[in-house]
Design a protein around this ligand. Structure first.
Ligand SMILES: *Cc1c(COP(=O)(O)O)cnc(C)c1O
Length: 365
């Protein structure tokens, strides 16, 4: 496999080489990474629920699910959680998936077929992109949050296709900005399309659902994908939408059917964590507001991008912060076009933590 070595050397030369870091503590505001205790500004565990646990969940349900949902891995606790998730998203139903990656790949490739049209924001998550690729539908990518361009594409192209899907992150994972959901909601009506919203970084951060921000309620043309591994602190994901969608996915969605069900104790722990969300979310939102005012970085979520101009600069700043005891990751291509530090705020961060981070970052500059 000599060619792999060559390609890795090339990545190193371009400052695009990646390495795994190793945690030897639970997730949280402070973590031990590669043997060093650091203040954590890198996780998606926005509400510090990843380190929460209730042993009763494990005691009651054991460690595994033993089969796929359709064989003998469908537990009543899965269904209880699904009802709760449908309630928070204000949809008729929800269906659990083992990961958000599988939920996006599954729902998009199951719904969209040859002869259909998918319109996708250029900054959508990789799992959305892969779902589009797998679907055999025609995919057109519109510039980030550009409603005019999207409407132009719809008016020009919609008539040539059978079904049409508009798909977008609600909170964009590397930029922290929010999709223009009011306009997208209107366009899906006007052009007879289905809107698929990925709420991975919105659930439990901006509200129970991103649609709340716009006073919108999901209807029969709305699909919401959510994850359990971010603010909700556990693992797994779900698709929320009309009852007929759930029924169809159970029958046809390959990434739902051909995989082992989420372990039931995780569903149980997620229900436990959900009880803590409202209070912690309120605190998190205060911290977000404080950090936005402090830094002037324009974000409406817990994700604050700090653009660095080059790969090397991002790496240098991340290294400088690391040496001072702050873990802020450098994010580089191909994950993003423009290299950056990606600062994520956690409900446990104190105002002093946030001020210290910003002060040291400015000194390093
Ligand atoms: C993290 C993420 C996913 C994938 O979810 P996992 O459960 O981690 O597989 C999907 N979409 C977006 C926008 C994400 O940030």
């Amino acid at each position: 496999m000599k060619w792999l070595e060559e390609e890795l050397k090339e990545l190193k030369k371009k400052n695009l080489y990646r390495e795994l870091r190793t945690l030897s503590s639970p997730q949280g505001k402070e973590i031990t990474v590669n043997g060093k205790r650091v203040l954590n500004f890198s996780s998606n565990d926005y509400l510090s629920l990843a380190s929460n646990f209730n042993c009763e969940c494990l005691k009651q349900w054991g460690s595994g699910s033993g089969a796929s949902r359709l064989v003998c891995g469908n537990f009543e606790i899965h269904e209880l959680l699904e009802e709760k998730l449908a309630e928070i998203k204000k949809t008729e139903s929800a269906l659990l998936f083992s990961t958000g990656y599988m939920a996006n790949v599954g729902v998009i490739s199951t719904l969209a077929r040859e002869g259909d049209l998918i319109l996708s924001d250029e900054l959508n998550h990789a799992s959305i992109i892969d779902g589009c690729r797998l679907s055999k539908a025609t995919v057109k990518v519109y510039s980030h949050c550009n409603v005019e361009e999207l409407e132009f594409l719809l008016s020009k192209e919609r008539g040539k296709y059978r079904n049409c899907f508009i798909v977008t992150d609600s909170v964009f994972s590397m930029d922290g900005d929010i999709a223009p959901l009011s306009e997208l909601f209107r366009l899906k009506e006007e052009y007879d399309a289905v809107l698929i919203i990925d709420d991975a970084h919105a659930t439990g951060v901006v509200g129970w659902s991103s649609l709340e921000l716009f006073d919108l309620t999901p209807d029969e043309r709305t699909v919401i994908v959510g994850t359990l591994g971010k603010a909700l602190g556990t693992f797994g994901a779900f698709v929320a939408g009309p009852r007929v969608l759930r029924e169809y996915l159970v029958n046809r969605c390959r990434s739902f059917i051909f995989t082992t069900a989420l372990p039931p104790h995780i569903a149980c722990q997620t229900l436990e964590n959900l009880k803590l969300v409202p209070e912690r979310m309120r605190v998190l939102q205060e911290k977000i507001e404080f950090f936005r005012k402090l830094t002037g970085i324009n974000s409406n979520s817990a994700i604050f991008p700090f653009l660095t101009g080059s790969e090397i600069k991002a790496l240098e700043l991340a290294k400088g912060l690391w040496e001072k005891g702050f873990f802020v990751p450098a994010i580089r291509p191909p994950t993003v076009k423009e290299s950056r530090l990606r600062i994520t705020i956690n409900y446990e961060h104190s105002k002093e933590d946030l001020e210290k981070l910003w002060k040291i970052l400015k000194e390093l500059l």
